[in-house]
Design a binder for this molecule. Structure first.
Ligand code: FES
Ligand code: FES
Length: 183
């Protein structure tokens, strides 16, 4: 058991944990930050993705002791970081996932959105191919990925001043059924 000194979502935190614990275990079972999901726990699914110094990292394969003194961002920290930077609402990538209906069960979403946020921070106008590559380590068993890629593209379009397309679930269902919704 050791004392860990971590910087998580802008807060300096001290936590006691066994030396062999991963970052994911410390986040979930010591700090109560359960947004980072424990899927495969062996580096396959990406559900545990967090940002370390702005880069996506698999928390299930990272020893907590190895990231002391580095800046860790989990999904819980995305909105507060956006607000601290002067934004309103949620982080634009969160808004875009919501707007585009890019989720079903939601299990993959924290990792998926953090990978997307890291991509947009280093490459503000990615191509579809770059989006695919950046999210290739994040598996989604529900959505088929199309709406996830569209959400990232919608976020880019919005950052360039385009009005975000509204694609509510109601509108999407009606579209599939060949009906019109609304007046
Ligand atoms: S839980 Fe870490 S990659 Fe699956
Ligand atoms: S929405 Fe269910 S795994 Fe992606």
């Amino acid at each position: 058991m050791s004392a860990l000194h971590l910087e998580v979502n802008g807060d300096r935190i001290e936590a006691q944990a066994p030396d062999h614990w991963t970052l994911l275990e410390v986040l979930r079972y010591r700090l109560g930050l359960t947004g980072s999901k424990q899927g495969c726990d062996k580096g396959d699914c990406g559900a545990c993705t967090v940002l370390v110094d702005g880069k996506p990292v698999l928390a299930c394969l990272t020893l907590a002791g190895a990231v002391q003194g580095r800046s860790i961002t989990t999904i819980e920290g995305l909105l507060p970081a956006h607000r601290r930077a002067g934004g309103t609402g949620a982080d634009p990538i969160q808004e875009a996932f919501d707007r585009c209906g890019a989720l079903q069960c939601g299990f993959c979403q924290p990792g998926m959105m953090l990978s997307a946020r890291a991509l947009l921070n280093r490459c503000p106008q990615p191509t579809r191919e770059q989006i695919r590559e950046a999210l290739s380590g994040n598996l989604c068993r529900c959505t088929g990925y199309t709406q996830i890629f569209e959400a990232v593209e919608s976020c880019v379009a919005e950052s360039l001043g385009a009005a975000p397309a509204t694609r509510s679930w109601e509108a999407q269902l009606a579209e599939r059924r060949g009906k019109q919704v609304g007046p």
